[in-house]
Unconditional design. Structure first.
Length: 440
């Protein structure tokens, strides 16, 4: 049995988005359930078998008709192993017979919260939960097969890339469609495995696709197809990618072009942003990535209620705030002062407020020192005549910004100190009044 062509793999990658893809024992069985009395594939029958999963009904109909037009070997493929749990959907297709060749196809991101969050966690994790599931599926569920091909679209392409890196001895080939890459942690921890697997991996993406540019690609060969889409959704659609492709008689894509210049520019900017995240100390990339994960999963998922999404978002946001505060020295490490028992019901964090005021006063001193240093620098540098004015203007602007920040801090510190004095006075007065009162 031959290896599946790029056309057949892209058809199966579309098919995996349909809810019916894990319910039938073979492609022929699925096709038979879609036929009307005359033996033709019927739109009404397709609706009845649960085709969907984010694809439009007319797209499902077209893809199934395309599958029906393929060779008998393709339609005889059996779904010998399936998984549709934990945010991951995958099918191991194998030809019947003793010399069966097997192909594992992974679906892109479904509608689950954790599945969407998993995409963002790939920035800082060496292996995400879904990548572990993909590895386990290939390693154990499909363990009886050798010389595997793995494929998938979007997140499915990412899982296919991870599977070939983790199972290099059994996976011979990977075709990723619009699949994203891997973060710094994964690229460093699995460098040898990924380098070796990269030469057996091919990435095929639409020229305007914006997902394949995420993180570091594994594929040594990256090719692009001029997309016929007209919207952001179309630019990452597996159906639009299939309809944009031209194939030779062997099912190989022949109309290859260049990546869209705007997307290529965006890819360069994105690399700088990711490099900035990676450079954050003390787990900063994790905190920011988890915040982004909460935002994206909250918008895109459909399996959790708003209360859960809000709780996760608040948790991630609070972690970022605490990390930022610690990074820039805004921590409030202090011991709580005793507050009179009689005022426990109106307890105010007097110790914390005092600590904040002290830190702000110290920051004012530091800003004052910086402003003074900038002023001295302006007067002491031996400028060249051509650059004197420009440098002086720039330094003067920086000095004004520092002085402005200093002024704002002084105002805040004065206000907080005044509030603290008012509270202390009121508490003392209230305590004295209660102490002098006579009780029957």
């Amino acid at each position: 049995m031959r290896e599946l062509s790029e056309k057949e793999l892209l058809l199966l990658s579309n098919y995996l988005y349909m809810d019916c893809s894990t319910k039938y024992g073979s492609i022929n069985e699925m096709l038979d359930s879609c036929r009307d009395e005359d033996g033709a594939v019927s739109p009404a029958r397709i609706a009845n078998i649960g085709a969907g999963g984010g694809m439009k009904p007319e797209e499902c109909y077209d893809i199934i008709r395309e599958m029906d037009a393929q060779s008998g070997d393709f339609k005889a493929l059996e779904a010998v192993r399936t998984i549709d749990d934990g945010g991951i959907r995958a099918v191991c297709f194998a030809s019947p017979g003793e010399d069966a060749k097997a192909t594992v196809v992974f679906r892109g991101t479904g509608g689950g919260y954790e599945a969407w969050a998993d995409n963002l966690r790939g920035e800082y994790m060496s292996e995400t939960d879904m990548q572990k599931l993909a590895d386990d599926f290939v390693r154990y569920d499909c363990g009886v097969y050798d010389d595997l091909t793995v494929s998938g679209h979007s997140k499915g392409g990412n899982l296919a890339q991870f599977a070939i890196a983790a199972n290099r001895d059994r996976v011979n080939r990977c075709i990723s469609f619009d699949g994203q890459g891997f973060g710094k942690s994964a690229s460093e921890e699995y460098k040898y495995q990924m380098d070796e697997a990269s030469y057996r991996t091919r990435s095929v993406s639409g020229d305007k696709d914006y997902v394949n540019i995420l993180l570091t690609p594994l594929a040594h060969e990256m090719v692009y197809v001029v997309s016929g889409g007209e919207s952001l959704a179309d630019y990452h659609s597996p159906y639009v990618l299939y309809k944009s492709c031209e194939f030779d008689e062997d099912g190989n894509i022949v109309n290859l072009g260049r990546q869209n210049p705007v997307v290529a520019c965006g890819s360069g900017l994105l690399k700088k942003v990711v490099a900035g995240l990676d450079s954050l100390p003390d787990g900063g990339d994790r905190n920011v990535s988890e915040l982004l994960a909460a935002c994206v999963a909250g918008v895109m998922s459909n399996d959790r209620d708003d209360a859960y999404k809000k709780e996760r978002l608040n948790e991630a946001w609070n972690n970022v705030k605490q990390y930022t505060a610690g990074l820039f020295g805004f921590t409030c490490d202090y011991e709580y002062e005793d507050v009179a028992t009689v005022t426990d019901s109106m307890y105010f964090d007097h110790g914390g407020l005092t600590s904040v005021v002290i830190q702000m006063r110290e920051m004012v001193k530091e800003l004052s020192f910086v402003a003074s240093a900038l002023s001295d620098l302006r007067s002491s540098i031996n400028y060249k005549a051509a650059s004197r004015l420009a440098v002086d203007i720039r330094l003067r602007k920086q000095e004004k910004e520092v002085l402005k920040a200093e002024e704002v801090l002084i105002r805040y510190a004065d206000a907080l100190e005044h509030i603290n004095r008012l509270y202390t006075g009121c508490e003392a007065e209230l305590t004295e009044m209660i102490a002098s009162a006579s009780f029957a």
